[in-house]
Design a protein around this ligand. Structure first.
Ligand code: ZN
Length: 176
């Protein structure tokens, strides 16, 4: 397993649309393992392949406190969305920034698992938010896109300044 480098906003590579995985082979399984290692190390509760500059439709999440519930979704497709949930979101690609975003409270998702088996599942609350956030990454979309242009510009400036000063932005909450 290897820890991968996470791209940060406003890196244009975060805007690329990921392509579907054709077969879940050893290469994809290695990518899944690397994504999990990178997410746990960050630490975060979700990571999409796009964030490590691999433009394939693969995402991982784990909402447990002890890394005991990894969820791997390959070629995820959100089949239905219900209800409204407003959550303060963070993102490993937008370090130190937390903003309220409105998403569906309940979703159903179809995907392939790490073994290439087809799965269909329901997700509520934080897991539903997390999957929607990661699916957005695969389409080149970031949670800051839901904010106003002014707010987005402020975040861009703040991150650029922080990078210039070479400061690490502390994470005050789990980031996805
Ligand atoms: Zn994210």
């Amino acid at each position: 397993m290897a820890k991968l480098t996470i791209l940060e906003f406003p890196d244009p590579r975060l805007r690329r649309k990921a392509v579907a995985v054709e077969s879940v082979d050893e290469k994809i399984k290695t990518l899944v393992d690397d994504l999990l290692e990178t997410m746990y190390d960050a630490p975060g509760i979700g990571l999409a392949a796009t964030q490590v500059d691999v433009h394939m439709r693969v995402l991982v999440t784990d909402l447990s406190e002890d890394k005991s519930a990894p969820l791997v979704l390959i070629n995820p497709e959100i089949l239905s969305r219900d209800g409204v949930e407003v959550t303060e979101e963070g993102c490993l690609s937008v370090p130190g920034v937390y903003e309220k975003v409105e998403r569906a409270e309940h979703i159903t998702v179809k995907a392939l698992d790490r073994d290439g088996n087809s799965v269909e599942m329901e997700a509520h609350g934080l897991l539903a938010v997390c999957i929607q956030h990661e699916c957005d990454h695969l389409d080149g979309k970031l949670f800051v896109d839901y904010l106003s242009e002014l707010k987005r510009q402020r975040i861009r400036t703040r991150l650029q300044k922080a990078r210039r000063l070479d400061q690490d932005q502390p994470h005050k909450a789990p980031a996805i």
